[in-house]
Design a binder for this molecule. Structure first.
Ligand code: NAP
Length: 284
């Protein structure tokens, strides 16, 4: 599509700031690839203006938006309807504006995590306890996805234990909260270890954890994508574990939104990886 028509479909990402977002490049790649008459825009929206802009977008013809930090909770509250996932995660990342102007909130972060996990470890099974480090927004989405996938027990450890306890209180069994100091003691029979903290991210402190008790059969995932191979993943790989890197979660979480707004189910493939993360996968 070399130019937009007057009937072009519109979507975007609302954040503050939003300049770091990879979503415009991601969604723009699919729009070009599928030759769709549509546009996806970065929408920098100050929290004070969020409600006004959110209500105006469907009136301006937008089919929907992604919402990112700091708007994920506000979007859930403002939407006319929220699906079960968004309500349980207590945050929305994807909004669909219907023809009548009403809005539906959902959350695709957990879906993105699971699709990325299955992409990289195709025979992963939800048949053993999972250890989740961290209790922030990403952890909540991942825990909901793991529960729905049938993981029998989720051991949740966070520096601030009260945050983990709040998640366990809301999501119930099978989430069990343990002390952050127990993070090595809980590994021996785990089938999955997931780092959802910001520890190990570029310019952040490292995640300190010895994997001596982890079975080599266990899968280790880190949702951090800068660097793509965190020290956690390097140690896990050296022990023979299968590892799951973070960039794919971002790519996969975008699939349901694109399909809802632009009417085509897009694929996550090497061309997309190169377009969105050229520094990792090489420029296209
Ligand atoms: P968040 O809500 O701010 O949560 C941050 C988490 O990190 C909390 O559990 C926090 O513990 C923990 N933490 C931070 N500093 C720590 C320290 N010094 N020691 C121990 N724990 C510490 O952030 P989020 O949105 O969940 O995101 C978490 C990470 O995931 C970020 O690196 C983000 O870039 C990445 N992420 C990746 C994707 C993807 O698509 N790959 C998607 C979402 C997020 P406290 O509760 O004690 O503060």
């Amino acid at each position: 599509m070399t130019g937009l028509s007057g009937a072009a479909k519109l979507a975007g990402v609302m954040g503050w700031p939003v300049s770091h977002s990879r979503s415009p490049r991601l969604q723009g790649h699919w729009l070009a690839r599928y030759d769709i008459d549509g546009a996806y825009l970065p929408l920098p929206v100050n929290p004070g203006d969020f409600e006004t802009v959110f209500r105006a977008l469907p009136k301006m013809g937008f089919s929907g938006v992604n919402v990112t930090i700091p708007h994920k909770e506000a979007a859930l509250l403002l939407a006319d309807e929220a699906d079960d996932l968004a309500r349980r995660i207590a945050a929305a990342n994807t909004i669909i504006f219907r023809e009548d102007g009403s809005s539906l909130a959902t959350n695709t972060d957990g879906f993105g995590f699971l699709m990325n996990l299955q992409d990289q470890v195709s025979d992963w099974k939800a048949d053993a306890p999972a250890v989740v480090l961290g209790a922030g927004g990403a952890a909540r989405a991942i825990i909901v996805a793991l529960i729905d996938r049938g993981v029998p027990e989720i051991r949740l450890l966070n520096r601030t234990k009260a945050r983990a306890e709040a998640i366990a209180g809301e999501l119930g069994s099978p989430v069990h909260v343990l002390d952050w100091t127990e993070r090595e003691a809980v590994l021996s029979d785990a089938g999955l270890l997931v780092n959802t903290t910001s520890l190990g991210m570029k310019d952040n402190p490292p995640l300190e954890i010895r994997l001596d008790d982890l079975s080599p059969q266990a899968t280790v995932a880190d949702i951090i994508y800068a660097p793509v191979e965190t020290d956690l993943l390097i140690s896990a790989k050296a022990r023979g574990s299968r590892v799951v890197t973070g960039p794919g979660m971002l790519l996969h979480q975008a699939v349901p939104g694109f399909e809802a707004w632009f009417g085509r189910r897009p694929v996550v493939d090497d061309a997309l990886r190169q377009a969105v993360f050229p520094e990792i996968y090489g420029a296209p």
